[in-house]
Design a protein around this ligand. Structure first.
Ligand code: UTP
Length: 417
């Protein structure tokens, strides 16, 4: 037995993961080598720790929860709108602003084969991919403000090559080539319910992106922060790839953050139903945080402030703004890992690839909103869900391609686009 194999066997035995070599003898030399090196590259102790900790009760439930105040866009006066917008526009025109699109997710719920950003939304008269919709959104701002906003796109190991090829095949949707920058986020192995790693091929362990909260560390690791610094970027907008009404460039929102002297800001939408399965913003032990829906009861959801406004109804819509300094600071901090339950194909004990019909694997992810707990304050701006929130999450649920398409068409037709 060669040296490499010996070391791998020892490691597998120590962590009870011997099943990873079940098909080893039938692999080609290249596949054997790939698998052994992959096993050696994975931090088994770290993964075992994540898995075990995720089985314990969430200690956050014990945190002292208080409201985090918000501003409602529809309550702003014309004067406020005008002055905030002017401040934001100046920053954009001066080239101080950049956009980050987080497109490293697996999109397991949608079940579409290919990066989610390449999903073709059936708009009339032509289909548009989610990447095209994002590109057009930023291009409109470029035209309006006569600038080229740097566009940074986070991919994952799983979708990086396909994403880049898609941009090339589509001539970058007309976006200036040297202003589009891809960077790849980190990955972690997925584990089954029993805590065991799974094989996606007889020669490869299934690994996946480690959550959108990895964006800051990935920006640092891939020299994106250095690039931004060089280009004097001061303000950065963060958004997901799957909200087709996302406003990547919003001078009002930016101006408001600048004027209020804040370094972090998030847009919210109003949580309509008190017991809807939606997390909301709050403060935990004084710091901005997210309150999971499973700890929100009716009384809390119905709580109002002295002016009669709900205080725990501001839902996260994955649209954030941060200053460069705030990102630079948070990039060195390890955010907590959350456990997501996802559907992933695997090789069964007979060596046959199986596609499960329901979630079967745990994926450990950092969430971007956890970054806000490392700051004292977070500006919340509530916007209209009809105007800014049309995500695509799965084919049948509340946020499917049809609901997103309808909202997108309604919004743009209303405005005679
Ligand atoms: P979701 O939490 O909806 O996850 O991502 P997802 O991976 O796209 O889809 P499911 O849960 O597997 O069905 C929200 C946004 O965060 C990005 C996604 O690409 C999407 O834009 N994201 C998510 C990342 O960039 N990296 C990740 O590791 C996870």
């Amino acid at each position: 037995m060669n040296d490499l194999l010996l070391r791998v066997n020892e490691k597998l035995k120590k962590y009870g993961q011997e099943h990873l070599l079940w098909f080893y003898d039938g692999l080609s030399d290249e596949e054997k080598n790939g698998l052994l090196n992959q096993i050696l590259s994975i931090d088994f102790a770290f993964m075992a720790n994540l898995y075990e900790n995720s089985m314990k009760n969430d200690t956050n439930v014990l945190a002292k929860v208080t409201p985090l105040s918000h501003i409602e866009k529809e309550r702003l006066s014309q004067e406020e709108i005008f002055s905030y917008t002017a401040i934001g526009e100046t920053e954009i025109k001066q080239g101080n602003f950049a956009v980050v699109t987080m497109a490293g997710g697996q999109g397991t719920r949608l079940g579409y084969s290919g990066p989610k950003g390449t999903y073709p939304l059936a708009l009339k008269p032509i289909k548009k991919s989610l990447f095209q919709i994002m590109a057009e959104d930023i291009e409109r701002a470029n035209e309006r403000y006569q600038v080229t906003i740097p566009w940074y796109i986070m991919t994952s190991q799983e979708n990086d090559l396909m994403t880049k090829a898609f941009f090339e095949d589509n001539s970058f949707f007309g976006y200036p080539l040297d202003s589009v920058h891809f960077f790849r986020q980190d990955k972690l192995p997925l584990v089954g319910i029993d805590g065991n790693f799974i094989l996606e091929e007889p020669y490869r362990i299934k690994e996946g992106s480690n959550g959108n909260g990895n964006v800051f560390a990935a920006m640092k690791k891939n020299a994106i922060l250095g690039h931004m610094k060089l280009h004097h970027i001061k303000w950065i907008s963060f958004g997901g790839i799957d909200n087709v009404l996302l406003k990547n460039v919003d001078p009002l929102f930016l101006g408001m953050m600048v004027k209020h002297g804040q370094v972090t800001a998030s847009k919210t939408i109003f949580k309509q139903e008190p017991l809807e399965k939606t997390a909301v913003y709050c403060r935990k032990n004084g710091k901005p945080a997210i309150l999971d829906y499973d700890v929100i009861d009716l009384a809390l959801s119905e709580e109002k402030d002295e002016s009669g406004l709900y205080v725990y109804r501001e839902a996260n819509m994955l649209s954030h703004l941060m200053s460069f300094e705030a990102i630079d600071y948070i990039a060195d901090i390890q955010l907590p890992y959350h456990r997501a339950f996802k559907k992933n194909a695997f090789v069964n004990s007979e060596g046959v690839k199986q596609v499960p019909d329901k979630a079967n694997t745990f994926k450990f992810e950092n969430f971007i909103f956890d970054a806000f707990s490392f700051f004292d304050d977070l500006l919340l701006l509530r916007v209209s869900a009809d105007e800014e929130f049309a995500p695509i999450k799965d084919f049948r649920g509340m946020y499917n391609p049809d609901t997103a398409r309808e909202k997108y068409e309604r919004f743009w037709n209303l405005r005679g686009d």
